[in-house]
Design a protein around this ligand. Structure first.
Ligand code: PGA
Ligand code: ZN
Length: 432
């Protein structure tokens, strides 16, 4: 059958995400009979300037988090406009979506409705052309398997009884393949379970599948992480390093960083000192959102002080938006960016932001959201960008491992062409 990528239908359904809140699942059909399905994730520690997802605010359903309006937007507005367009002209599809929405932050149709449609077009087009999604998005050059960052201790908004720090991640950069990196991570996750259990700490988990014990200081979480790496038989720093996402916006109140676990209230410069001290004592190679999203001057000072020792990733401060990223590049804020398609809303804009980052020598860390589904598009996106880094939570829980398992398949499909990014993904890793 000759491929004909004209859109024939777009349908959306309300389903649940991994936290038990509603989200959108979409299926998009093409004239040649191709049908592609995608599902949309949702964040909890969202950046202020993220594209806005549409929620019903009808408190009689799902605490107001229903997505029936967003689905109606797909059915009544998006589907009629897209029907007949070529799904494999992604820039044209996304331009239509932006025009239909017409707002700066996608609030009319909803970023959830828009990103679902945009991704569904990409997926359908790839299927119709008989190529894998990573190849469709990245071309024949796409061949680098990312270093996974496993969030094995959850805190902040993802586990309110845990650390103030949202994410403590294992970064198995010393592995030689993705398959081996996944094993390093899973074994250490299990060793961490045993370290916690032996210490009498609970082994219940947070939103991203990492453990969420209550300790008397934030540094205590790093200590159990180090013990777990050693207990699993790995050399900290050399084989498995540590990545952090404090998500500092979530504990920044009235111009102070309020660390409950440490009973500390810190100024911006004291917060920078705090991270500098941790870098001296632990093999930390990646530090995301170490300051609050509005603290551009603080980010500049932090980057000039620590940016050669550790990768500084901007999430809430950049929100995958090229405008904020460019400001960061121009002013020396951060050395990398988190890439979340639903934070900006379309595939085209996501690829554009990543390209600008890479051209400026900024690292790209492709990321899931804390509310996830079994959709694996971000795994393909990481390979498409050859960016060498991905975070998808713990190496446990179906919605988290779906992405890692997809990467196993991609690695196998690429065969000899597959290259595992390893330590080369972290040119600023001075910790080992
Ligand atoms: P979110 O968290 O998906 O809840 O926004 C992820 C992150 O902060 O990186
Ligand atoms: Zn983050």
């Amino acid at each position: 059958m000759a491929n004909n990528t004209r859109v024939s239908f777009v349908k959306a359904f309300e389903v649940l995400d991994s936290r038990g809140y509603p989200t959108i699942e979409m299926s998009l059909g093409l004239a040649d009979g191709t049908v592609a399905s995608v599902a949309v994730p949702a964040g909890a520690s969202t950046g202020k300037y993220e594209a806005i997802e549409s929620r019903d605010n009808d408190t009689a359903r799902y605490e107001g988090k229903g997505v029936l309006h967003a689905i109606a937007n797909v059915t009544d507005i998006i589907a009629p406009a897209l029907t007949g367009l070529m799904a494999d002209d992604q820039p044209a599809i996304d331009a239509v979506l932006l025009e239909l929405d017409g707002t700066e932050n996608k609030q009319r149709l909803g970023a959830n409705a828009i990103v679902g449609t945009s991704l569904a077009c990409a997926r359908a087009a790839a299927q119709s052309h008989g190529v894998e999604l990573y190849e469709y998005l990245g071309g024949h050059e796409a061949h680098v398997l990312p270093v996974p960052m496993f969030n094995v201790l959850n805190g902040g908004k993802h586990a309110p009884d845990g650390s103030d720090i949202q994410e403590f991640k294992l970064v198995p950069l010393g592995a030689s393949t993705f398959r081996e990196a996944l094993r390093f991570g899973a074994e250490t996750y299990h060793a961490l379970h045993d370290v916690l259990h032996d210490a009498g700490a609970p082994t219940t988990v947070g939103d991203e599948g990492g453990f969420a014990p209550s300790f008397a200081s934030n540094a205590a979480y790093l200590d159990v992480l180090m013990q777990a790496i050693e207990r699993a038989g790995y050399r900290p720093g050399e084989q498995i390093a540590i990545g952090l996402d404090p998500a500092a916006t979530t504990f920044f109140h009235h111009n102070e960083y309020v660390l409950h676990r440490d009973a500390h209230r810190l100024s911006t410069d004291e917060m920078i000192d705090y991270w500098a001290d941790w870098l001296k004592h632990y093999p930390i190679i990646s530090l995301e959102d170490p300051l609050a999203e509005e603290e551009w001057d603080g980010f500049q000072r932090l980057t000039s002080r620590l940016g050669k020792k550790v990768q500084i990733i901007g999430d809430d401060i950049f929100v995958t938006n090229k405008k904020f990223l460019q400001r960061g590049i121009d002013t020396g804020c951060c050395t990398g960016i988190l890439i979340k398609p639903n934070q900006i809303g379309t595939v085209t804009e996501t690829l554009e932001t990543a390209k600008i980052a890479q051209q400026a020598g900024y690292a790209c860390l492709v990321s899931h959201r804390s509310g996830e589904t079994l959709d694996t598009s971000i795994a393909d996106l990481a390979v498409a960008l050859n960016c060498g880094q991905i975070k998808s939570g713990a190496p446990a829980r179906g919605e988290r491992v779906a992405k890692y398992n997809r990467l196993l398949h991609i690695e196998a499909t690429l065969g000899d062409r597959a290259v595992f990014a390893g330590r080369a993904a972290f040119p600023r890793a001075g910790a080992a």
